[in-house]
Design a protein around this ligand. Structure first.
Ligand code: SF4
Length: 679
């Protein structure tokens, strides 16, 4: 019998800057192969292993196929199959009761970047929760400090395109690991190096070999700010600041920045950051001497209490030295600002003025005290959170202070719904589990935040079992709760078309048809790619730079040291090339390990492969040791996003991370201080 094979175009919407264009070979209705295409020039025909093997998630035994109701204890994982009708009726009834007794704010939507398209996050879901008066969620697990600071400084100004990096004569990769989560930047870095560029990496881990970069500055976690300020002081003292550019383009904050920098000599910064002072000077001199010079600012350096301040000092660098205005010169953070979705045009105006809850403090929130963004953060929550609707997110494994999160999820009086693709650690605690589609089974539109493209996502195969996309679930739930007006009666294709029609790229309406299908649309900037301060300008109200944005006030460049005598090792939990946050952790990261420097291992009698406990006042993780100088001494590293089953005691790095809130409420994962001992 002949096998029927088709090839379908689509776009990867996972939480990754690259937004790859894909073609999927489907045989007899099953995903056979996922390849990258050249539609997106950044993809250039290759994709990461994660998505190449995404079919494993689609057909995995953990895949959720039907709605289920809990029959065992929370966390135990015993469920019975129910119909969609029963599931929706039960959720609507429980939400209705909670609304009546406690008020809508007792219901908390909880979601992040598991599925990153417009349709699956932030459209009908937001409308639904706004209409029932639910609490709002401050999405602070990642990028909150960097976003808030960069918006305050430059507005949504597009950054240097990755394709322009080979033009740069100096590139600083600061707090990012493109090899794990931005792989298409790597060939451009190689090209730049072949062209003679000086390449520096600032990161506690050595993600690049000595042959790949000119300088690795292994800063101690949370000390990027002093290093950046010392560089700025050096430039100011040497008379290198571009005063003419600064006088034309600055609104405010320059004096505060320079005054803070004056406090930081190379020696002082080096002692705090535990690096060699002459290396900081080498970095400062290389950057000052080069043009074009590019900074790839990542999100690793924001994961601590000084994160927002560090981002501000680093993003100031191209302005201080006049590095803007040429292709390949400036900075790249998120490039999503080139595309704007007019949500009002799709859904109309919907006021949502309820309290805002910090998602990084879920443990405190479910414990009844703390987590308010716009009020007294320590105050008991009134009303308490009585219902949680989790989608695109796995908080049991990924949110700081795991023990308190798990305690909260175990509350018998908490009604938890989880809409998910596979049986995650969080889904095990749900009262109702709803099966979700993957991006190979649903419609969406993805705006790139690294690549200057937007792509249509379209179903490649039929959804298995009874899985449904988020927008369909919120339409069903809305109608069950009496919201029978138009957005709640649209199907996915109607919503997708209206979304494409409301989307502008570089100020121009986007091409609708490719987005409605699985095609790719490139930005049409005045130049082929944006050039900061030439073809794209700051998007602040006055179109000027605000060096000390409001979110950092009243002490915009204040440095706070985080240390613990009892727990002397700093724990970082960076992304790996195996998972996108926790997505794919069900099969792709089976064993959690702790990476230690040989000196730290020797001091504790720990050898490669030993069973160890990593612990502090918040919790403990039991796993195996990996000894390598890929991490600096004084720092240990454990993968972000691992599932609980990956460790011997069912705990992950988040069990050791505090619920401290940084700038804009951002999670401070890297402020975890721990000790490690053999078991
Ligand atoms: S995760 Fe990133 S690199 Fe991998 S296919 Fe998706 S966009 Fe491309």
């Amino acid at each position: 019998m002949a096998t029927q094979t088709t090839v379908v175009q689509t776009t990867c919407p996972l939480d990754c800057p690259d937004t790859c264009s894909l073609e999927v070979r489907v045989a007899e209705g099953r995903v056979e192969e996922i390849r990258g295409t050249r539609e997106n020039p950044l993809t250039a025909g290759f994709i990461c292993d994660k998505v190449r093997q995404f079919g494993r998630r689609v057909y995995h035994s953990d895949r959720l196929l039907h709605p289920q109701r809990r029959t065992g204890r929370k966390g135990e994982g015993r469920f019975e199959r129910i119909s969609w009708g029963d599931a929706i009726s039960e959720i609507a009834a429980r939400f209705g009761e909670i609304q009546q007794r406690w008020g809508g704010e007792a219901i908390l939507p909880y979601h992040y970047g598991g599925s990153n398209g417009f349709l699956n996050d932030g459209l009908l879901d937001d409308l639904f929760f706004a209409r029932i008066g639910a609490s709002q969620l401050a999405r602070t697990l990642c990028a909150a400090p960097a976003t808030e600071v960069s918006l305050g400084m430059y507005g949504k100004m597009p950054g240097v395109a990755f394709e322009d990096y080979p033009l740069a004569k100096c590139i600083i990769i600061w707090g990012a690991n493109p090899k794990a989560s931005n792989i298409h930047l790597v060939p451009f870095l190689k090209q730049a190096r072949r062209n003679g560029a000086f390449i520096a990496v600032v990161d506690p881990r050595a993600n690049f070999s000595g042959a790949e970069v000119d300088l690795h500055l292994p800063v101690y976690p949370g000390t990027d700010l002093p290093v950046a300020l010392a560089m700025i002081r050096h430039w100011n003292d040497a008379g290198l600041l571009d005063r003419s550019f600064l006088s034309q383009q600055t609104a405010d904050g320059l004096e505060a920045l320079l005054a803070a920098a004056a406090e930081w000599s190379f020696d002082r910064a080096a002692s705090v950051a535990r690096v060699v002072a002459s290396d900081i000077q080498r970095l400062a001199d290389a950057y000052a001497a080069a043009s074009p010079a590019a900074i790839r600012c990542g999100w690793g350096l924001e994961r601590n209490v000084n994160g927002g301040q560090a981002i501000a000092a680093i993003l100031a660098m191209p302005a201080l030295l006049g590095k803007f205005g040429v292709p390949g010169g400036g900075y790249t953070l998120s490039n999503s600002g080139g595309g704007k979705l007019d949500i009002k045009k799709i859904l109309g105006d919907f006021p949502w003025a309820t309290r805002e809850i910090n998602m990084s403090q879920l443990g405190k929130v479910l414990g009844g005290a703390g987590g308010l963004m716009n009020g007294d953060a320590a105050k008991p929550l009134a009303p308490p959170v009585k219902a949680l609707f989790v989608y695109n997110c796995n908080p049991a494994a990924t949110v700081p202070d795991q023990e308190s999160v798990l305690r909260g999820l175990q509350r018998e009086d908490l009604f938890t719904v989880v809409h998910e693709q596979v049986m995650t650690d969080t889904a095990l605690y749900a009262d109702i589990v709803l099966p979700a589609t993957t991006f190979l089974e649903h419609h969406d539109i993805r705006r790139g935040y690294g690549a200057y493209v937007a792509g249509g996502v379209q179903p490649v195969v039929a959804a298995p079992g009874e899985a449904k996309p988020n927008e369909e679930v919120f339409a069903l739930l809305g109608r069950a709760m009496g919201l029978r007006d138009e957005p709640f009666t649209w199907d996915s294709v109607t919503l997708k078309r209206k979304t494409a029609e409301a989307f502008k790229m570089a100020g121009q309406p986007a091409a609708v048809e490719p987005l409605v299908g699985g095609g790719l649309v490139r930005y049409n900037f005045p130049s082929e790619r944006p050039v900061q301060f030439r073809t794209v300008m700051p998007q602040t109200g006055d179109r000027k730079i605000h060096f000390a944005p409001a979110c950092l006030q009243p002490r915009p460049f204040h440095f706070e040291a985080v240390s613990s005598e009892r727990y002397p090792l700093a724990l970082i939990s960076p992304a790996t090339s195996k998972m996108v946050s926790s997505t794919l952790g069900e099969f792709n990261y089976p064993e959690l390990r702790i990476l230690l420097h040989p000196q730290d291992a020797a001091a504790r009698g720990i050898r490669e492969g030993d069973a160890v406990r990593v612990f502090n006042e918040l919790g403990e993780v039991r796993c195996h040791a990996q000894v390598s100088d890929r991490v600096r001494e004084g720092v240990v590293s454990m993968a972000k996003g691992a599932w609980m089953k990956a460790s011997a005691n069912q705990r992950t790095a988040t069990a050791l991370c505090p619920q401290t809130a940084g700038t804009a409420g951002g999670a401070c994962f890297n402020d975890a201080r721990v000790e490690v001992a053999t078991l």
